[in-house]
Ligand binder design. Structure first.
Ligand SMILES: [Zn+2]
Length: 260
């Protein structure tokens, strides 16, 4: 794990925090582990998932906040929340941006990469779901552009945290997907697996890094936890390791000015 992150534990619930975001007054955030299933899966009871979500929000000091989630569709669709959080729940899309206080933006993952962003100047939060399709569609870069356009965010001030997800050690694809990445980004993101002709490993976090660079994020403000979900199934949910029965983790960020 990168030393820009630390495990926090509150009320018995472990989660990862990005030290740079933690330092900004008012922002509360965290990347959950598999200690709690936070997705409405067929094998888990809705009551328990709702209770888990409440516990996680409380652990982040966001228990007063409304929880904004999405019906994630691996797109580049970004929702700007200008009103109460609840009305956005289950809207189709993969990124959330808001300036509203006490609005917890949540992304659910089990291999896809969750990214949390904070603009300290304008008190803007954003959360992005970036699997391979979203990464290819540059949803992270587009979210930063939306922060700029909607709220006047200065990319040089935005702090970014990339959470646990599947990495170049494990993200295996066929030639078709590999070619799409080579075309959209650079060849060095894609490595052939010599023992398995026609199979390739793609470096999704590197593709995110390239987007951050294009968007004008300063390298010193970009933090990657460097933890692979597929390599660490005891700590994280991994769709590729567990299949359909995998649970979902959440990455959450929100702003609440009141003192802790
Ligand atoms: Zn791995």
């Amino acid at each position: 794990m990168d030393d820009g992150f630390a495990v926090r534990r509150k009320n018995g619930i472990p989660f990862y925090a990005c030290l740079a975001i933690e330092k900004i007054p008012g922002f509360r955030h965290g990347f959950a582990t598999r200690a709690l299933n936070l997705g409405y899966m067929h094998w888990d009871s809705p009551e328990r998932v709702a209770a888990n979500r409440k516990r996680f929000l409380a652990a982040l000091n966001l228990d007063q906040a409304g929880l904004a989630t999405l019906h994630q569709i691996h797109s580049d669709r970004i929702h700007i929340i200008k009103d109460v959080a609840d009305q956005w729940n289950q809207a189709d899309g993969d990124a959330l941006v808001t300036r509203i206080e006490n609005c917890a933006l949540a992304i659910q993952t089990a291999d896809c990469l969750p990214i949390l962003l904070a603009d300290p100047q304008n008190k803007i939060s954003a959360a992005v779901h970036s699997g391979w399709k979203g990464t290819l569609a540059r949803i992270l870069q587009k979210t930063i552009e939306a922060m700029k356009r909607e709220f006047g965010s200065d990319p040089a001030q935005i702090v970014v945290a990339i959470g646990p997800g599947i990495r170049s050690c494990c993200f295996e694809v066929g030639k078709e997907v590999a070619d799409l990445f080579k075309k959209e980004f650079a060849g060095f993101l894609v490595k052939p697996i010599y023992e398995r002709p026609g199979k390739f490993l793609v470096d999704l976090p590197k593709a995110l890094e390239l987007q951050l660079e294009c968007a004008g994020i300063r390298p010193e403000n970009s933090h990657d936890i460097v933890a692979c979900t597929r390599c660490n199934p005891n700590e994280f949910f991994s769709y590729r390791a567990e299949g359909q029965s995998s649970g979902r983790m959440m990455a959450i960020i929100g702003f609440a000015a009141d003192a802790r």
